[in-house]
Structures are given as C-alpha cells and as structure tokens.
Design a protein around this ligand. Structure first.
Ligand code: FUB
Length: 321
C-alpha cells in the first residue's frame, strides 16, 4: 500500500514538472515573439524618419539628423524638413524637433528635403542637403549652419557644381589632416575636396573607381584604422569598397546588408561598439515613402572587412556606461 502511494506521488510530481517545463517553454517562446514584435527597432516612432546621418559630437552624445516622411506620402516630394535626435544609450532618443524646413530656404521649392549629411567644423555645425531649386526638380546641394547640434540651422545657399536629379551628399573630414571632402552622386559616385569654409568645392569633382558597376545612390564614407570605407545603396541592399585614401581607387568588397530594401545608412562607433543606422519600409503600415529609422550592431573582421548585417526588430540593447 505504502509503495503504491509513493509511486502515485512520484507520478503526480513528474506530471506537474512536465507541465511546468511546458509552461516555461511556452512562456519563453511568447517572450521571444513579444521581443521580436516590440523590440527596439524602429528607434523613432512618433514620426516617420529616413536617411539617418549619425555622429558622435564633442558633447559625447550621439546626434542623428533624419529626413521626415509624411504619413500620407505617395512620393518623396512632401518631405519638407529635417529632425535632430540625440541619445546617450542608443535606445532612448530625444527629438529636438525640426531643425530646418523648406520654407526657410529662399532658393528652394516647397518640400523635396532629401537625405541630409552633417559635419562639425570650425566650431560650427553644418547640414548639407539635396534640395530642389525654386520651381524645378533639379537638385542642388544646400548648406546650413548652427552654433549648436540641435539647431535651428540657417541656410547659407548652395554649393556650386554639385547638382543633379538627386545627389545624396555625404560630407567627411579626414582625421589625418583635417581636410573635408564631399561625396555624392547617382549611378556614378563623385568626390571633391571642399574649401575650408565648406561653401565651395576646392577642386573639380572626380569620378570614383570602386571595382564594380552596381552603385546606385546614398553614398557614405567612414574611416577606421587608416582604411577608407565607401558604402552605398545598390538598389537592393548596401555594398562597400575599401581604399587607403579618400579618393580611391577603392577595392570592392561586396554586400553589407544583402537583399534588403534599405537605401541610406550611416556607421559610427560609440562607447566601444560599432553601429549601423538605416531605415526600413515595413513598420506599422510603412511603405517606400513612409520609412522608419533602425539600428543594428556592426562587426569588423580581423582584415577590416565588414560582417553582413540583417535587419531585426530587436535592434540594439541599451548602452550602459
Ligand atoms: O529619402 C529621399 C530620397 O530617396 C533620397 O535622397 C534618395 O536617395 C532616395 O532614396
């Protein structure tokens, strides 16, 4: 009799453990699913943001300038201004509001405020931006200045010699000699040294050799351990090439984030970790005209090449000091 009771008790314990294990597994799966759905990407949710240009300025914060997609957009013409955001932990972002609007650009059309780029130089903060000139769809490269990273930015006109159907400028200062270069172009990447005051090109533009023919738009330049990385959108995904100087020729390296509907991106190191900023088109009713900015970790291989990156809902974790 006693043995039967003990056996029955053991059976009960075993059944209850099995249930508990099942419950725990179910809970873990639910948590995983919830995390996937409500992870940290996209990082900005109060408005639609695209084309992130990201920087670590001298206040030690990450500053991000984005273009602004409208909720009812059916093309890119209604993008009418830039927003500035800052963060110290990659998860909590302060929206500093609109820092430049098309109404404040006397030479420009309403809307058409496309992918911006930014730089800190000569103790000022500058935005450079592709914008349609008055009454046309022809884009020029505007330049605006502010004493503070959060703006507002004041338009200073445009940079002569940088024009096109669209441009996607990227401004870059070489830490080797403090020289600043402007990269831009659609289907054909271009580069030119800028004057020290940034208001004009200091030389005729050069076409960049990058070892492939898949360049489309959204050029980006960054430097790490003496190597220059030219990255861009090739239509479906970001690709890159490396060189030992800012002009190239660059050595083609292939995809960063293959087969993904992403065009503009920027890359920074913050508190010892590398990050890839980009935008997606599929969040909460998103489209190619209603985009949202996201972040992923970026890792380099020993030889300096970049490991492939895939878009996640999870994004990146909060940085602690
Ligand atoms: O985001 C607005 C414009 O769309 C960009 O400047 C172009 O590259 C295109 O992606």
């Amino acid at each position: 009799m006693k043995t039967e009771i003990v056996f029955a008790l053991l059976m009960l314990i075993s059944i209850s453990c099995k249930h508990q294990n099942k419950d725990l597994a179910k809970e873990a799966a639910q948590q995983k699913e919830a995390l996937e759905q409500s992870g940290n990407n996209p990082i900005i949710r109060n408005i639609r943001t695209a084309d992130p240009s990201t920087h670590v300025w001298k206040d030690g914060k990450v500053w991000m300038y984005t273009s602004h997609d409208m909720e009812d957009a059916v093309n890119y013409s209604t993008m009418d201004g830039y927003h500035a955001f800052s963060s110290t932990d990659m998860v909590n972002w302060t929206d500093h509001g609109e820092v430049l609007h098309s109404r404040n650009i006397p030479w420009g059309s309403k809307g058409w405020m496309w992918a911006p780029t930014a730089i800190h130089k000569n103790n000022k903060y500058y935005l450079m931006y592709p914008h349609a000139a008055n009454g046309t769809k022809n884009m020029k490269c505007g330049i605006a200045v502010s004493d503070t990273p959060q703006g507002p930015f004041k338009d200073l006109g445009w940079i002569e010699g940088v024009e096109g159907q669209w441009l996607d400028p990227c401004v870059f200062t070489d830490d080797k000699d403090g020289k600043t270069y402007l990269y831009w172009g659609v289907r054909e990447p271009k580069v030119a040294l800028l004057e020290d005051n940034l208001l004009a090109l200091a030389e005729p533009p050069r076409t960049i050799e990058y070892g492939s023919d898949n360049f489309f738009e959204a050029i980006y330049m960054h430097k790490r351990k003496g190597k220059y990385y030219l990255s861009y959108n090739a239509g479906l995904g970001g690709f890159y090439a490396m060189a030992d100087n800012p002009y190239g020729p660059f050595d083609y390296k292939g995809a960063i984030n293959p087969k993904q509907r992403q065009d503009h991106h920027s890359i920074i190191e913050y508190k010892g970790q590398n990050y890839f900023f980009y935008h997606v088109q599929d969040w909460n009713g998103g489209t190619k005209f209603r985009r949202n900015t996201c972040i992923e970790y970026l890792y380099y291989n020993e030889d300096g090449t970049i490991q492939k990156i895939y878009a996640t809902k999870k994004g990146v974790k909060k940085v602690t000091d």
